[in-house]
Design a protein around this ligand. Structure first.
Ligand code: FMN
Length: 220
């Protein structure tokens, strides 16, 4: 598979088959992704994989927490608002995704179920957690974490697997730390769900759009 194919066929998968991902495959993916660049080559990433029973336990605990109405309490600061242009893109993504999934605007129940499904990792059998030491400068270390995270997503494509970065996976980091035996000193940056994409579900096949180059780049 060449780079073009990997970049253009990667997408966020929102419906997975339950088939387990062999641990050797996940190790192979991380083996490649660890060559991602980081500031001063500090390689701040500490990766914890939740699969099998651990992934199920996490999903159950997250769903229960969300159903209790618990406000997300991520380690990494999440924005509460966006400038208009970015908000517009966010809203149009949701609109397009729900249309593709056949979820009507007024179907509150289906929307709630979709959000709960995020906490179930959309059925993925494993989640690759990217964590950092709490002593690191958070915003700057996150540049490095995006670098390895996206490399993981491309490496997964090469292995015939699908992925999705899931903010939902880091909403309740204390729960993840407890179930995955992580010390309090570690911060959960993000989880990337990984598995076999469902071959037919619209949530698995959905493609998002991008702005044209002329709108996002200029030669000064
Ligand atoms: C840091 C980060 C967090 C994300 N969290 C979620 C999430 O919680 N739920 C979700 O459905 N998609 C999530 N996504 C996926 C984005 O919506 C997706 O990357 C974007 O719409 C572009 O689509 P594509 O990945 O299919 O190209 C996240 C992506 C990133 C980079």
């Amino acid at each position: 598979m060449n780079l073009n194919d990997a970049v253009l066929s990667r997408r966020s998968v929102r419906a997975f088959l339950p088939d387990p991902v062999p641990r050797e495959k996940i190790s192979k993916i991380v083996e490649l992704a660890r060559w991602a660049p980081s500031w001063g080559n500090i390689q701040p990433w500490e990766i914890v994989v939740a699969d099998g029973e651990k992934a199920k336990l996490l999903a159950e605990a997250f769903v229960a927490e969300s159903k209790k109405g618990a406000i997300p309490r991520p380690d990494i600061t999440m924005p509460v608002d966006y400038p208009a242009i970015h908000k517009e893109r966010y809203v149009s993504l949701g609109r397009a995704l729900f249309t593709e999934m056949g979820i009507a605007r007024e179907d509150k129940q289906a929307r709630i179920e979709h959000y709960l499904n995020m906490y179930r990792f959309f059925g993925a059998p494993a989640v690759i957690y990217l964590t950092i030491d709490g002593g690191l400068n958070e915003p700057y270390a996150c540049l490095d974490m995006g670098s390895i995270g996206t490399t993981i997503c491309y490496a997964a494509v090469q292995e015939g697997l699908g992925t999705i970065y899931l903010a939902a996976s880091m909403h309740y980091p204390d729960i993840a730390r407890k179930i995955l035996h992580m010390p309090e000193t570690k911060k959960v940056v993000i989880g990337i769900a990984i598995g076999t994409p469902h071959p037919e579900a619209p949530a698995s096949l959905f493609r998002s759009q991008r702005e044209p180059v002329g709108k996002i780049m200029r030669f000064a």
